[in-house]
Design a protein around this ligand. Structure first.
Ligand code: SF4
Length: 238
């Protein structure tokens, strides 16, 4: 039997507490993307299915070779693919990047996404996700980090940790968790909660063998509390 999801008001209080505990453990991360929204979009496409180090290298090489996203858009495709090779899946990412850059130019007359700031979040996200290869996570990263639009990006760490904590229904997909978590956290919390949940997932709440013994979220973690009941020989709350 699946665990019941508590009422939304209870979950909002829990989200606030999780945020506070994370800030206590990791501090409040500094705001900052120096990238324009279009640069951030390309950097995020490069980062799909690879490490930050590899995608950062590929993005650096891209800027070094082309200097602007207009030049990337108009570049020879095989040359572009060779340039971004360190990011992996270059044969997919190269055409994808050019297709998105061309589509934005066609729709807006130039490579500029600042107009998205004026749209409601759902519309801004829908505009970005109309393009092949841009899902809710990539769209939310661009909106939050480069445009300052309150959006909650959900990557694999955020999805796993919020599931274990009991902040979302167990079966809710990562894509659908964006809107769900945006309802739970206050918009001012999106940035620090997103960054700190990722850090928590990387350092403590690993996919395999989470380090629960040293976790500062034990008291608010449904998964931990359930296991504690089982270990104590008490019936599970389901
Ligand atoms: S108590 Fe364990 S499962 Fe829960 S958040 Fe911490 S590390 Fe993850």
């Amino acid at each position: 039997m699946k665990s019941e999801i508590p009422a939304r008001a209870t979950l909002r209080r829990k989200a606030a507490r999780v945020r506070d505990e994370l800030v206590q453990a990791y501090g409040r991360p500094r705001w900052g993307s120096s990238l324009s929204a279009v640069d951030e979009l390309v950097a995020t496409i490069l980062s799909q299915n690879t490490s930050d180090i590899n995608s950062g290298r590929a993005f650096g090489l891209l800027l070094e070779r082309y200097g602007s996203m207009e030049a990337v858009r108009d570049a020879d495709l095989s040359e572009l693919i060779a340039t971004i090779r360190p990011a992996g899946l270059a044969n997919q990412k190269g055409p994808r990047i050019q297709a998105v850059l061309r589509a934005i130019t066609e729709a807006r007359g130039k490579l500029d996404l600042k107009f998205l700031r004026k749209l409601p979040l759902a519309e801004a996200r829908a505009w970005l996700t109309q393009f092949n290869g841009i899902g809710p996570k990539t769209a939310s990263i661009v909106l939050l980090f480069s445009l300052g639009v309150p959006a909650f990006p959900v990557d694999t760490h955020v999805h796993r940790v919020t599931g274990r904590l009991g902040l979302r229904p167990e079966t809710l997909s990562a894509d659908d968790s964006h809107a769900w978590l945006e309802q739970l956290f206050v918009p001012e919390a999106y940035h620090d909660a997103h960054i700190n949940l990722i850090r928590h997932g990387r350092e403590i709440c690993h996919a395999r063998n989470p380090r629960c013994a040293i976790c500062p979220l034990q008291r608010v973690c449904d998964d931990f509390q359930r296991r504690k009941l089982v270990d104590a020989g008490l019936p599970r709350r389901t």
